[in-house]
Write a new protein. Structure first.
Length: 79
């Protein structure tokens, strides 16, 4: 058997609008909006809402999760 021959499977969470996801230790995040970032070669980012604590987050794969004060600041977090 070759060294490091175990292939990791792809992501198991769906980041479609309306789905609930968990990022790190933050659970219960509902995907509100997907915002495309064309031209900058970065991944698209997502606006998330944690209903039980009424918190908004912006998430961009490989760049992290950012807690935002309100929906407007979450929508412009990675622009």
């Amino acid at each position: 058997m070759a060294y490091n021959s175990n292939i990791r499977s792809g992501a198991t969470q769906s980041f479609e609008i309306g789905e609930t996801v968990k990022i790190g230790f933050v659970a219960g995040l509902e995907v509100i909006k997907k915002i495309a970032t064309p031209g900058d070669w970065k991944p698209d980012f997502y606006v998330l809402w944690q209903a039980d604590k009424n918190r908004f987050y912006a998430f961009q794969p490989h760049n992290g999760l950012t807690r935002c004060a309100d929906l407007q600041s979450a929508m412009s977090a990675y622009l």
